[in-house]
Structures are given as structure tokens and as C-alpha cells.
Write a protein that binds this ligand. Structure first.
Ligand code: AHQ
Length: 234
């Protein structure tokens, strides 16, 4: 049974946005509690430790997409995501900034790098994302990154919440979130264009929508595992 005619750009975009509007983790009670200032330090630190495993695997996920992509013009576009997180030298990049967020919250770099406190469900959620990127056609893995369409607003709310409610976290630790407000917009614009261009059959478009549902699910599972372990999502 065919999936039907190709969706035009606007209809496809609407289908993708619909997924995030209903399933993105900004609606998870833990993130709502975070943004309303209702989390205690243990809950915030538990979230920082478990989210670090996601951050350190983003470049691995993006390298998988690059390794699966036969088009140099696309690889050129995607490569910056690896250095955005790994940095171009020691002391730079998003993973470094997340380690600094941990230090700003009183966690040591060793705490985060050792994986101590990483919840099995959080690890499984992140590992499922890397496996997805390694095994799915590269345009479908690109489409799964489009959760970032919804990240800028979440970052802005999070920065406001930390500055207002979590002043025990030193302000320089928020650099990572501040960098993502614009970077998420740049990344999602780029990811959207690639998705429009290379998901060029209705079947691929439907797979892209499913990829975004899958990614929303793993982000939800990640934060849910922290809420289950530390509470806070009441
Ligand atoms: O810090 C985040 C990040 O670097 C990325 C990369 C991107 C991807 O390739 O899937 N997704 C993503 C996200 C980051 N932060 C999350 C947050 O809530 O802080 C949001 C997440 C995303 O929306 O996918």
C-alpha cells in the first residue's frame, strides 16, 4: 500500500511541527518543574549528570550520520556539529561547556566523565539514539535531530529559570544553554532544509515524521528516568 502523494513543503513542515508540539520534552513535568523553580539541588544535579551522557554522545551520533552519507556537499554541512560539541581543541566546545555547568553546580568533572550516577534508562535512551543514527538512512537520522526546532524557547525559559531560581549554580555555568539558543536555530534550519530536500518520497516523509516521534520519545524517556530516580516532577 503506497503512503500517498508527496506532501508539499508546507504540509510536510506542519506534520513535523505537530510532532514536537505534542510530544517534545518541554512538556515533561520535570522540565516544567525546573522552569518554575521547583527543583531541589539534588534533582538539578541528577539531571546534569544524566544529560551529560546525551551531550557526549551527540558527536558520536553526528559522526554516524556523516559516515552514512555519500554526498560531500551534505557532509560538509553536517561536520560542524561534531566540532560544536567536541571543540577544535582542549577546553572548547559544548561538551566542555556542559562539564563547566556541572562544576558550576558543584559537581566535579570526574563525576560527569566517570558516568557515576548515570541511570540505566538514561543510558539506554541515549544509546538508542546513536544506534538509530548508525542504522537508519542518513536523511532519516537527520530528521530525528529536528527536535531542535523546539529547543530555542526551552533554552530561553531554562536560562531565565536558572538565573531566577537556581542562583546556587554559578552563572558562568549557563554558557552552554546560552550558546544553544542561536545554535539550535541554526542547526534546525539546516536540518529542515536537508529533510525537505532528501526526504523526497512520501514514504521517506512518513519515515521522517516517525523519526521525530522516536526522538521525542527518547528525550522523554531520558528526563523521565531522572524524575523517577530523583522526584521533582510533581
Ligand atoms: O544540547 C542539545 C544538543 O546539543 C542537541 C543536538 C540535537 C540533536 O542532534 O539531536 N538535539 C539537541 C538537544 C540539546 N539540548 C536539549 C535540551 O533540552 O537541553 C534539546 C535537544 C533536542 O532538542 O534535540
Amino acid at each position: 500500500m503506497t503512503a500517498g502523494p508527496l506532501l508539499d513543503r508546507q504540509a510536510f513542515h506542519e506534520r513535523l511541527r505537530e510532532v514536537g508540539m505534542t510530544r517534545y520534552h518541554d512538556k515533561h513535568p520535570f522540565h516544567i518543574a525546573m522552569n518554575e523553580g521547583r527543583l531541589n539541588p539534588e534533582q538539578v544535579k541528577g539531571w546534569i549528570v544524566n544529560r551529560f551522557y546525551y551531550q557526549r554522545n551527540i558527536p558520536v551520533k553526528d559522526a554516524a550520520i556523516v559516515s552514512n552519507c555519500p554526498l560531500r556537499e551534505v557532509r560538509r554541512l553536517w561536520l560542524h556539529r561534531i566540532s560544536d560539541h567536541d571543540g577544535l581543541k582542549e577546553g572548547e566546545g559544548g561538551i566542555e561547556n556542559w562539564l563547566r555547568l556541572g562544576e558550576a553546580a558543584g559537581l566535579s568533572r570526574e563525576d560527569l566523565l566517570s558516568g557515576k550516577g548515570l541511570l540505566p534508562e538514561a543510558r539506554a535512551a541515549v544509546d538508542s539514539y546513536v544506534t538509530f543514527a548508525r542504522t537508519k538512512p542518513w536523511p532519516i537520522a537527520v530528521a530525528s535531530s529536528l527536535t531542535e526546532l523546539f529547543a530555542p524557547d526551552l533554552m530561553k525559559n531554562r536560562i531565565t529559570a536558572f538565573e531566577k531560581h537556581y542562583t546556587w549554580v554559578k552563572s558562568w555555568g549557563l554558557d552552554y544553554f546560552k550558546s544553544r539558543v542561536t545554535q539550535a536555530r541554526v542547526d534546525s534550519d539546516q536540518g529542515l532544509e536537508l529533510t525537505f530536500t532528501y526526504c523526497d518520497t512520501r514514504e521517506m516523509q512518513e519515515e521522517a515524521v516517525k523519526a521525530l516521534q522516536f526522538k521525542c520519545g527518547l528525550l522523554w524517556d531520558l528526563v523521565e528516568s531522572v524524575a523517577q530516580a530523583y522526584g521533582g516532577a510533581k
